[in-house]
Design a protein around this ligand. Structure first.
Ligand SMILES: *Cc1c(COP(=O)(O)O)cnc(C)c1O
Length: 493
């Protein structure tokens, strides 16, 4: 235990006077008592070995580091699947309004009507865009939303008395790794199904699983190849017929918003990634937000509290017999909700639909621009992202996807997503998003073409890239084998 912590604990800890039903309160007094139980040999009586630096040294250090970093504010960031769109500054201004930041989550409802109203209106907006009856804003990210939606399905199946038998959740081979993980965490069994030659699922591959063991299917739509799952409506009907549920991974909702309402094609539950589709910051681990929409039938299972409007005021309802329980302290990552709501209000319905169209147009422009430079494995039209392969490049030169990606850093571009999805060899996955200008798209296309040329004429240069960045080529094998996961004064020298 450091001196800093001890000094902090010496102060009289604040006690939350009011307990809210459904909330498990924890005061600093409990924490202090917990510390009393820690055996003496585990307590560190010395303070941390911090270096003594002047303000200007610290500022220069961090400013230098920030300049070594690539950010969307410096250049394109076409990291496929991650939707690194620009986050408008007005979102930040709204999230910092004192009326939002100075509210304590345990304050009386009457004193946080503005915050509750924002949550209510954000839920209504997400329902309107997706067709779902209700949306919970609690999940902390997409993966947490997957966990939530599948917990809802699990509870619904258990209520039908089929919990012991309906265990199988089908997942296509293009899925994000979080999908099978969420399935397993919920006690289901993930079963892989393969994507057809057209880059999307077919009813044929689902058919063998349409029986009393099927709990449901988990589909990313459009999938991680950027291809719309055109058979999903038909598949959903068949899954329902067999007694299963349909979960849609909505991480790519930015490709279909305003065009398709998932609830109307038979999706029972879906998560949104506010930090992707609705322009809230992400990267570096959060905080994100992964609201989950459900049909009317499943609404009673949502986590508590839910925000209700009664006449002209807003309330948190904790009472629900069927809820899956509580998912997140209080009401979710509230600051992210403010940013997403600001984005929705700023663009309006028309603006949001335009953003979808621009995201698709930009990705198709990239596809067209590079179709003769890298390989495309599927003919189908793509939406918001495009996945190339390094098949020919690897055959004709000594370079791979990874080499091209690293060399892009020398030109002030963030590399795209590489080696995902797994079904494309040497995948090179570009998602430009709607916020890139035509000039920026042209620069990206010209740069990739130039690098592919270099692969033929000067592969050595590409192998050693990046050469213009603050830190040069890293030894990835060494880094993977000799992990340094903790700070010590020695290992930062
Ligand atoms: C980003 C993403 C996820 C996971 O979302 P997080 O917010 O990172 O937890 C799941 N599926 C797909 C297709 C994604 O792109």
């Amino acid at each position: 235990m450091t001196q800093l912590v001890k000094g902090f604990l010496r102060k009289e800890p604040p006690i939350f006077a009011k307990s809210v039903p459904g909330h498990i309160g924890c005061s600093l007094r409990d924490v202090k008592e917990d510390f009393a139980d820690i055996p003496a040999e585990f307590k560190n009586e010395e303070g941390p070995a911090l270096v003594e630096l002047s303000e200007v040294e610290v500022i220069r250090h961090y400013t230098r580091l920030s300049q070594w970093n690539h950010a969307i504010e410096l250049g394109s960031y076409p990291l496929g699947s991650c939707t690194m769109k620009y986050n408008p500054k007005i979102n930040e201004a709204m999230a910092r309004l004192p009326g939002f930041t100075r509210v304590h989550p345990l304050q009386d409802e009457s004193e946080m009507q503005g915050s509750l109203k924002l949550m209510y209106l954000l839920e209504r907006s997400l329902c309107a865009l997706s067709g779902f009856a209700r949306v919970t804003l609690q999940p902390s990210a997409g993966a947490n939303g997957e966990f939530t939606g599948l917990s809802v399905i699990r509870k619904a199946i258990a209520d039908r008395g089929e919990g012991a038998t309906r265990k199988v959740i089908l997942i296509p081979d293009t899925a994000h790794g979080t999908n099978p993980a969420s399935v397993v965490l919920n006690g289901f069994e993930p079963v892989g199904v393969s994507t057809g030659n057209a880059g999307c699922l077919t009813l044929e591959v689902i058919k063998p699983y349409l029986n009393e063991n099927l709990a449901g299917i988990m589909v990313t739509n459009p999938n991680t190849l950027g291809i719309y799952e055109k058979n999903l409506k038909e598949i959903a009907a068949a899954v329902h017929e067999a007694g299963g549920y349909v979960y849609m991974d909505g991480a790519n909702f930015n490709a279909i918003m305003g065009k398709v309402k998932p609830a109307q094609i038979g999706v029972d539950t879906m998560h949104f990634n506010l930090h992707k589709t609705f322009s809230t910051p992400h990267g570096g681990g959060g905080p994100g937000s992964g609201p989950v929409g459900v049909t009317k039938e499943l609404a009673k299972y949502l986590p508590v509290p839910v925000v209700e409007k009664v006449e002209n005021s807003f309330h948190l309802r904790y009472s629900s017999e069927d809820t899956i329980g509580k998912l997140h302290p209080y009401y979710g990552n509230f600051g992210v909700l403010v940013r997403a709501y600001t984005y929705i209000m700023e663009l309006g319905e028309e603006g949001l639909f335009k953003a979808t169209e621009m995201a698709v147009l930009n990705a198709r422009y990239m596809r067209k621009g590079l179709e003769n430079t890298l390989d495309l494995m599927f003919d189908s039209d793509t939406l918001h992202e495009v996945v190339f392969s390094d098949k020919t490049l690897k055959k004709e030169t000594e370079c791979t996807t990874m080499n091209v990606a690293k060399r892009m850093l020398d030109f002030g571009l963030h590399p795209p997503t590489v080696y995902f999805p797994l079904i494309v060899a040497g995948a090179f996955m570009i998602e430009p998003t709607e916020t890139e200008s035509r000039a920026d798209l042209d620069y990206m296309i010209e740069t990739v073409k130039k690098i592919v040329d270099e692969c033929h004429t000067n592969p050595e240069l590409v192998h050693n890239a990046p050469v213009n960045t603050g830190i040069g080529r890293l030894d990835e094998t060494y880094a993977a084998r000799k992990k340094i996961l903790r700070y010590t004064p020695e290992n930062t020298k």
